[in-house]
Ligand binder design. Structure first.
Ligand SMILES: *Cc1c(COP(=O)(O)O)cnc(C)c1O
Length: 379
């Protein structure tokens, strides 16, 4: 008796166990040494740049720390359950009714809620692949079946194939725009055409974690798209352009039934008062956010041009990272990067995603990328 242990849900067997190495790819020791530091110390002499999690290399926006710290006196109390002030700020800033807004513990938290409100065991959840790593994990946790549609040439969503893959069991579709990790986008006309083909009882989530970094004129702003489409939900985050990854606050815009269902499934008091206050202060520091985004997109142009010069074949990135198709040599590439003090996100056998950091970090990455091409020429 008791030897078998508690019965756990079979669905969890398909979910990878977390390793001592954090999901961000930082060795546990380095993460413990300097949690949250963009520039980690590997040894006395060599800086380690964490370019593996698409974090913002800049400190929180002006006024954010002051506002968050001012709330510290109140941590004996629970936070505002409904994120009231943040919801009002978001409604005003994005011209969306408050009833259309749901918040969560990062947009990954909201993603989990999106699965909880739509998918049961036996249902299908559709998305392009490769895309955001949370989709398959969270889909499996609810017991639904991931349906992954390979990216088309040019590392873009194959929306025709995705529309064709919709079945009577499809409950949720993710369109990651720009796509993590490839940095490619779906443009307005093709998105509208796709949405016209999706049955109205299937929820389509436009995951726009990187929208602030997009400069393309044909990029569809999800807020315009969702307004007259009750089965479309827009997912956004404070983690990337706003630089609040450590605070865990994300939000969704959707028509009332979906937004209300998301609020039902939120972890009660999950978004701390620090996070709510920091998010409000960040929204009020929009000009500062724009400056940082400008700096990072300037670095994106510089780094992309330098990589092309080195001979790398790149698809243009619309986000705060670049994607290198290193294929079979991905592990070698990641290992060389690590030896040289650059942490990247490697997908074995496929490619490496490298976040844009501050100029010194990007310079270091460019140096390693060039060395890699020279030392390990293509087969
Ligand atoms: C980084 C990222 C998020 C943001 O996650 P948070 O939980 O808000 O930190 C969401 N979607 C994609 C595609 C991302 O890359």
């Amino acid at each position: 008796m008791g030897e078998l242990g508690p019965k756990l849900r079979a669905a969890l067997e398909g979910v990878p166990a977390s390793k001592p190495r954090s999901s961000a790819g930082v060795p546990a020791e380095a993460a413990a040494e300097a949690p949250g530091e963009q520039r980690l110390r590997q040894s006395q002499s060599q800086p380690v740049y964490k370019l593996s999690a698409n974090e913002n290399p800049y400190p929180p926006l002006p006024g954010v720390i002051e506002r968050a710290v001012a709330g510290a006196q109140g941590i004996n109390r629970y936070p505002d359950l409904w994120c009231g002030e943040l919801t009002r700020e978001l409604a005003a800033r994005f011209d969306v009714p408050e009833a259309h807004i749901a918040t969560g513990t990062g947009s990954v938290g909201v993603t989990q809620q999106l699965l909880q409100i739509t998918a049961q065991p036996g249902d299908e959840v559709l998305y392009a692949w490769r895309s955001f790593e949370a989709y398959p994990v969270l889909t499996r946790i609810v017991g639904a079946r991931p349906v992954e549609v390979p990216l088309a040439a040019g590392e873009v969503h194959d929306l025709d194939a995705m529309a064709a893959a919709v079945t009577g069991r499809t409950r949720l579709i993710f369109v990651c725009n720009p796509n993590n990790p490839t940095g490619t986008i779906v443009r307005r006309a093709e998105l509208e055409r796709f949405l016209d083909r999706v049955p109205s009882d299937v929820l389509v989530v436009l995951d726009e974690a990187y929208i602030e970094f997009v400069a393309d004129e044909d990029f569809p702003d999800g807020i315009e798209v969702y307004r007259d489409r009750p089965n479309v939900c827009v997912l956004r985050t404070f983690s990337k352009a706003y630089g609040l990854a450590g605070m865990r606050v994300g939000f969704a815009f959707a028509h009332e039934p979906v937004a209300a269902a998301l609020r039902k499934t939120a972890v009660p008091f999950g978004v701390t008062q620090f996070a709510q206050d920091a998010a409000v202060a960040s929204l009020r520091a929009e000009a500062g956010m724009r400056e940082r985004v400008e700096a990072l997109t300037a670095e994106r142009r510089r780094v992309s041009a330098a990589l092309a010069e080195q001979g790398w074949a790149l698809e243009p990135s619309h986000a705060n990272f670049v994607w290198l198709r290193t294929g079979e040599r991905t592990d070698d590439f990641a290992a060389l990067c690590e030896r040289e003090g650059i942490l990247v996100r490697a997908f074995s056998g496929e490619g490496a995603r490298v976040s844009l950091g501050e100029p010194a970090a990007n310079d270091r990455f460019l140096y390693v990328a060039e060395r890699f091409r020279k030392e390990l020429p293509g087969r």
